[in-house]
Design a protein around this ligand. Structure first.
Ligand code: LLP
Length: 471
């Protein structure tokens, strides 16, 4: 089938397919693209991802549909791995922050690329275990882990990212009944500001996460008295969807200072986990650094900070989520009704919305879309893409340039791999979409579409309540 990798963007009247980020023979950094790396326009004028025609995918699997491109996800994993090897002279690894998208298949892919998995709840931990990830490759986060979650984590042998005093006390109690020490890392709030939405900023001092660094001595002193707790590392995460590199340079300085202090308490701290945060390109004007550039900056900053303090290099760990999986997925919707308000706005409704992508209504996040079955048609109007929920704010894209469309056309929003499925809900009792993994022209279901039966699976009608209603 003839394939034409078009390069024009919606800005020039053409629909977006791929910006000229593919310089020379250099492999693109997935987070700098808007569509998955395998996106093409095929001879039927349709968008194709992973060799699969998106319109055919919708026919086969229904809509809305999350379409996850295996190649893009694996490329991002590999780029983190290779860049760490290239730029960091010590031991280094990336772990996947699975809160971005936690399900069996995604955990299995990340693990098969040699990444550990960061989980943030018992449910994410359970999923990762069921995907076959071994405890030694699991890292458990959360600011209010329950006793049951901690029990599961300890049983699994994963590393617990200790967030607060209560958790430290609970673990200290738990060690009494453990045969081997519990591996922990300490999460601290570094007091570093960065430019991102306030809800996804976590490094500033006024944050619910992590220990206050002003209590560092107390924290380390307390841990050093617990022989059953093996403090293998220190952790910080400054926020998400960050385009600046400077905050991560600053973080390196702060964290190496912590490391020096931990040593003075005799703790066996050998890992610095700098968190995640690298942003992705949702719209043409977004300009995140590449994975390579981010890893280089972080690595060099740690090497520099250690050299200045004449301190041996720690093991470096990072926890990317969005930049690993964000660009690998697109969401396909069927276009439904149209409402034109003269001199004001035209709404195009799609068959999903805030239940499959909560980011626009939650953070005011901006997305771009293409009409997958009309790829060569010029954009002739700017419309507002509305979801189907009973909520005025259920708008996926405020201003979307699109060609002339018909009901039934396929609208594809880009960059939906991170925090879309993982934040999906059943609002208005919509069933959550299916997800397919595409590669080499083959699509495999990784998440079944929910059914109405799924929706009422946990519902219970106390005796007497349902009687007589059908009369
Ligand atoms: N490590 C920790 C401890 C985190 O809390 C997070 C994200 C990450 C790593 C991964 O960060 P990333 O590389 O994805 O930026 N729901 C929000 C994002 C919340 C991020 C939460 N923590 C959104 O949709 O933008």
């Amino acid at each position: 089938m003839a394939k034409t990798p078009a390069s024009a963007s919606a800005m020039s009247g053409r629909q977006y397919i791929s910006e000229a980020t593919r310089k020379g023979t250099e492999e693109p950094s997935p987070n700098q693209e808007m569509l998955p790396l395998t996106a093409r326009v095929n001879s039927r004028d349709c968008l194709e991802i992973g060799g699969c025609d998106v319109q055919e995918l919708v026919k086969q699997f229904g809509s809305p549909l999350y379409i996850l491109d295996e190649e893009t996800l694996r490329t991002a994993c590999r780029q983190y791995r290779e860049a760490l090897k290239r730029y960091y002279p010590g031991k280094a690894s990336a772990i996947y922050a699975s809160k971005a998208w936690n399900c069996l298949a995604v955990c299995a892919i990340a693990a098969s690329e040699g990444l550990g998995i960061d989980v943030a709840s018992g449910g994410e931990l359970y999923t990762a275990i069921k995907a076959g990830v071994r405890g030694e490759n699991l890292y458990f986060h959360g600011n209010n882990k329950s006793r049951a979650e901690l029990d599961l984590a300890v049983e699994t042998g994963c590393t617990i990212m200790v967030d607060n005093w209560l958790e430290l006390e609970t673990l200290a109690e738990m060690v009494a009944s453990c045969d081997s020490p519990i591996k922990i890392m300490v999460r601290l709030t570094p007091g570093i500001e960065c430019h991102t939405h306030e809800y996804i900023r976590t490094g500033h001092l006024d944050s619910k996460f992590g220990f206050d660094p002003n209590q560092l001595d107390r924290v380390f002193a307390s841990i050093s008295k617990q022989s059953g707790l093996e403090c293998i590392g220190l952790h910080a995460h400054i926020g998400s969807q960050i385009f600046e590199l400077q905050p991560h340079e600053d973080l390196a300085e702060v964290m190496v200072d912590w490391l020096v202090k931990a040593d003075s308490y005799g703790l066996p701290t050998r890992i610095l986990d700098v968190g995640g945060g690298l942003g992705i390109r949702y719209v043409e004007t977004d300009d995140p650094p590449s994975i390579d550039a981010w890893v280089k900056t972080v690595s060099e900053a740690i090497v520099r900070a250690c050299k200045e303090r004449e301190w041996p290099l720690p093991e470096l760990m990072c926890e990317p989520g969005r930049s690993l999986i964000g660009t690998a997925c697109c969401t396909a919707y069927r276009i439904g009704g149209r409402k034109e308000i003269p001199d004001m706005r035209t709404y195009l409704a799609v068959d999903g919305g805030m239940s499959d992508n909560a980011r626009p209504i939650t953070y005011g996040s901006v997305y771009r879309a293409v009409v997958a079955n009309r790829m060569s048609e010029d954009c002739t109007e700017t419309v507002t893409i509305a979801g189907k929920h009973c909520e005025s704010g259920d708008i996926l894209i405020k201003e979307a340039p699109v060609p002339a469309t018909q009901p039934g056309d396929i609208l594809v929003t880009m960059g939906t791999g991170a925090y879309n499925y993982s934040m999906a809900s059943n609002y208005n009792r919509l069933t959550r979409p299916a997800a397919v993994l595409v590669s080499d022209g083959v699509a495999k279901t990784i998440l079944e579409r929910e059914t109405y039966e799924d929706l009422i699976r946990g519902d219970r009608l106390p005796e007497g309540l349902g009687s007589g209603l059908s009369n």
